[in-house]
Ligand binder design. Structure first.
Ligand code: MF3
Ligand code: CO
Ligand code: CO
Length: 285
């Protein structure tokens, strides 16, 4: 039976084939998932995302300076919200699919999408992910970091470090014309080598002109060349969620957002927005 081919990559009529077209058309003809042309950002769009990323990064730096035990997650929301507006940006999470706040704050066993609130106070020993996405002149820039409140258990510190290494090793392995699944393999191998697990239900994503674009950037490994072919000019996040216990997670039924580990063990996540250049990934924020 002939394999059904998804024709994402189209060369405009009369336009001569570039070397890039030829490589992509070849993978496409062999049945692999390739990007649509509009996922290749223009230099102007890349500059816009980079500018937006300065606000995201500035907000995360501000959180790094201010965060301490006794603060509430609503205090973090206020910091990020005001910093973003002061710099001419809009916080992308606010009202996104009904999300009620300007930033995600995810403590300990909360994997991601934690909703800031007045009642939730940071305590010594907590580990928290703060995930900031800015819209500036229509361009989206998405990044998150972990913060340790004072000090914590050696195992939790190791988890925070391993999660960062997973992201950075996945990024370092990414070259033009590799596949999303190649990133996932590196991440999964490093997590498992350190006795940690990789969350499957949430992924990284294309970003820039919208909050979540193609491709899905899965972080767990499967065999073969899985996911989308990665082509210079694509902009996407890598943001693995790494668990100290099992990989299973559930969503809070009451708020419809908060994702927690099933076993109550902690989870850690670091996120950058990257540009794929001819040489590899460049951090935009
Ligand atoms: N910033 C998250 C990401 O990395 C998405 C948060 S969606 C929100 O993709 F609505 F919760 F803000
Ligand atoms: Co993201
Ligand atoms: Co994010």
């Amino acid at each position: 039976m002939p394999r059904k081919i998804k024709t994402n990559w189209i060369v405009p009529k009369g336009q001569p084939l570039t070397e890039m077209d030829e490589i992509i058309l070849d993978w496409q003809a062999r049945g692999y998932l390739v990007p649509k042309r509009e996922l290749i950002k223009t230099p102007e769009q890349i500059e816009g995302i980079r500018e937006s990323g300065k606000i995201t990064n500035g907000a995360l730096d501000l959180v790094a300076r201010e965060i301490k035990a006794g603060m509430t997650t609503e205090d973090i929301n206020r910091l990020v919200h005001e910093y973003t507006l002061d710099h001419g940006g809009t916080p992308a999470p606010l009202n996104y699919d009904g999300f009620p706040k300007s930033v995600c704050t995810s403590i300990n066993d909360v994997v991601c999408h934690g909703i800031p609130n007045e009642e939730e106070m940071l305590l010594p020993g907590d580990i928290i992910n703060v995930d900031v996405t800015t819209i500036y002149k229509g361009y989206y820039a998405d990044a998150s970091r972990m913060y340790i409140i004072e000090d914590t258990y050696p195992e939790w510190k190791r988890l925070v470090r391993v999660a960062k290494e997973c992201r950075d090793m996945g990024a370092a392995a990414t070259k033009p014309y590799t596949f999303v699944g190649d990133i996932a393999k590196v991440i999964t191998k490093h997590a498992h080598a350190n006795g940690c697990t990789v969350v499957r239900e949430l992924c990284g994503h294309g970003v820039g002109l919208a909050f979540h674009e193609q491709p899905d950037v899965d972080h767990y490994g499967v065999r073969g060349k899985s996911g989308m072919l990665l082509v210079p000019g694509m902009v996407f996040t890598i943001e693995p969620m790494i668990n100290l216990g099992g990989r299973e997670v559930f969503q809070d039924e009451d708020d419809g957002w908060t994702i927690c580990t099933e076993d109550g063990q902690p989870s850690a996540q670091w996120e950058h927005t990257y540009l794929l250049t001819p040489h590899g990934l460049e951090v935009l924020v």
